[in-house]
Design a protein around this ligand. Structure first.
Ligand SMILES: C[S@@+](CC[C@H](N)C(=O)[O-])C[C@H]1O[C@@H](n2cnc3c(N)ncnc32)[C@H](O)[C@@H]1O
Length: 225
């Protein structure tokens, strides 16, 4: 195979990737569309409680990586404070290095797995925004129900969740089928939320590192009822 030819991405059976290599590949990428839509939904809604607040706004960025969305949340409004977590020390270091002193004062960086988040942040109704861009599929399936329940409990009513779920026709479903959902299952997970944006995308294309992949992804922005 010629060097220039895209190669199929490989995943181990435990869904691990070379995250520093991924961080290099996305280092100059813009924030995720779902994160921007969530910010717009929170700050531009006519009579919503959050838009008119003068208090601090609290966001949690789950599996923030090297911080593309955390930086966008901070830039969106000086009221935002972000609890940014990732299991990768390298990702958090890159995020830390990218912040001005003023922005760094509005961020708490915590190295943690998604699987342990519910124990780490036990406060219900404490987040205006929970962002999980291309993150939840990497939660171990045994822990996903608890993580999803915690997200619902941690958002304030009117708070917004943004992120991705992988569909059951995604190529990686063969590696870890329980981390992939049918449309019906996704709609079941979104019970108790108002759907702000739901886009189901199925296509063949590149992954972030130039490998070929069949993608089946649900892009989700929802507001807690
Ligand atoms: C596809 S990247 C997404 C990063 C970032 N949210 C973005 O959109 O660019 C997945 C991220 O999940 C993190 N990750 C993988 N497994 C994890 C786990 N079990 N707990 C917490 N973070 C995890 C990786 O370190 C990586 O930063």
């Amino acid at each position: 195979m010629p060097d220039s030819e895209p190669r199929r991405a490989t995943l181990t059976s435990d869904y691990q990737r070379d995250w520093p290599k991924y961080f290099d590949a996305v280092s100059s990428s813009p924030p995720r569309d779902t994160c921007l839509r969530a910010l717009a939904a929170l700050t531009q809604q006519g009579n919503a409680p959050i838009a008119s607040q003068t208090r601090k706004l609290h966001a949690i960025d789950i599996a923030c990586g090297e911080g593309r969305d955390t930086r966008a949340i901070l830039a969106a409004d000086p009221r935002w404070h972000v609890f940014a977590t990732d299991s990768s020390h390298e990702g958090l270091q890159r995020l830390s290095r990218s912040l001005s002193a003023a922005d760094a004062a509005r961020v708490t960086l915590t190295q943690a797995t998604m699987e342990e988040l519910s124990a780490l942040v036990p406060t219900p109704h404490s987040a205006d925004l929970i962002n999980a861009s291309f993150a939840l599929p990497f939660c171990h399936p045994d822990h996903f129900p608890r993580l999803w329940k915690w997200i619902g409990e941690t958002l304030i009513p009117g708070g917004v969740f943004a992120g991705q779920l992988f569909g059951d026709r995604d190529e990686w479903a063969s590696v870890r089928p329980q981390s992939h959902f049918s449309r019906r299952q996704v709609l079941g997970l979104l019970d108790g939320y108002e759907i702000v944006f739901l886009d189901e995308v199925e296509k063949d294309g590149d992954d972030a590192m130039g490998g070929l992949k069949h993608h089946h992804v649900f892009h989700v922005v929802v507001r807690k009822l």
